[in-house]
Design a protein around this ligand. Sequence first.
Ligand code: GAP
Length: 503
Amino acid sequence: MSEQIEPKVNMDTLVSLCKRRGFIYQSSEIYGGLNGFFDYAPLGVEMRRNIKEAWWRDMVHRREDIVGIDASIIMNPNVWKASGHIENFTDPMVDCKESKMRYRADQLYYAPVIVDGESIGYVSVIESPDMVEKATEQAEGLKRKLAKQGVLNKIELKEYIEAGKDEFEQIPSPATGKPGSLTAPRNFNLMFQTYVGALRDESSVAYLRPETAQGIFTNFKNVVDTGRVKVPFGIAQIGKAFRNEITPRNFIFRSREFEAMEIEYFIPPDDDIWQKYHREWIDTRLDWFESIGISRDLLGEDVHPKEKLSHYSRATTDITFHYPFGLHELEGIAARGDYDLRQHQEHSGKSMEYFDESRKERYIPHVIEPALGVDRTFLALLCAAYDEDEIDGDKRVALRFHPRIAPIKAAVFPLVKNKPDLVKKAREIFKRLQHRWNVFYDESGAIGRRYRRMDEIGTPFGITIDFDTLDDGTITIRDRDTTKQVRLHENELIDHLSEKIDS
Ligand code: GAP
């Protein structure tokens, strides 16, 4: 894993920029919101579309070995029985009986406080980059409160799930600071339940999908039979997924409704080849993040230890990102073996075998799964793009989005708004660009202020129509990042922008 990198922006600044400039709002805000749910605002919705479009273009259209599907969100509940989600898709949960707060046991840490070799109590903290410092402060507080002299041992934090029965009574709740109110961890299934049809009983229970992957596995045979695909090949899907997360947090990093972009890449079952495909996919996905503007030094690789693997996985590597709150998962790339297809074959009674013409052999393919969230990509792109600098002594905020990702590709400005010929020409150029891209027209305020407004929302190009335009048809294009301007003929404009935007 790479070193912690000093973030360019903190989460409060980012969340407030998102609200102020119209990227993301809290869901149902006028009613106080709903924890773990968000709405994408006018700029946010454009950026989301661009992320999905870039992924689909690069992972599906620009490859010959991947096709797409769009499965339903609610599926036959037997899908989730077969996949293991009903039994295993759980997180360990802990309740504070006094405050009614709920925690994920694997994100709650505790430590005994030891002074001169003698335990004087416990401290507890919620996972954060500075949790050791926080726990040490608490320990010093406890030592003072109990008037203990002596040397405080270094605080050694452990996950709450590791606590012994005799320790539950002594560990304080992070909410109240009092020992004894935390419950033992118990498993909590993260799937949202609903009912299909008019009856509300056991027979009509269904689930909102917690991942899009199962819609791909259940359609594997359909795609093979209709799609002229040959192993190795992949099926891609973008769609909403729902998880009743115990502790949704860090804005859109962990929400209860999110959108996934997943590929199931089917490979032959030979034991010695899956590592090669797994590595290839990790590299492909790292390259992709770089291609959309997330530099390599902000990314990392986290290989899951065997004991932390999901129930279906034989190996998983997360691509991690340096968020302002620490280094965390951006995308998971799992080698799922033949677990899912075999489970569905067993539970449905339908064969999931594939006939490999070239090998004249039948087998159940194995699978490599690169699985990424749209929302987490959104957050990573915002963090990577955020920058503050100074232009002519003025502080400015710029979101340095790659032009493919930027919600607005270019803004068109008449130099002044009280010259009808200039305004007419600017509107004409604006309309021409609108046929190709999402562009913006702005005639209000000083030109410098108009540039800054666009910098703050990440618009890469500012096109100014001035008096020379009326004489010789030339316009200026200002680059958001360098603030340099070039002068071009208006007939060259579309080609110039297209080369940068449609890469
Ligand atoms: N089919 C495999 C699967 O779902 P996962 O690691 O649980 O794997 C894949 O999820 C990706 O989906 C994650 O890497 C992350 O980008 C995104 N994701 C997962 N849970 C999320 C949540 N609660 N909120 C936002 N994004 C989430």
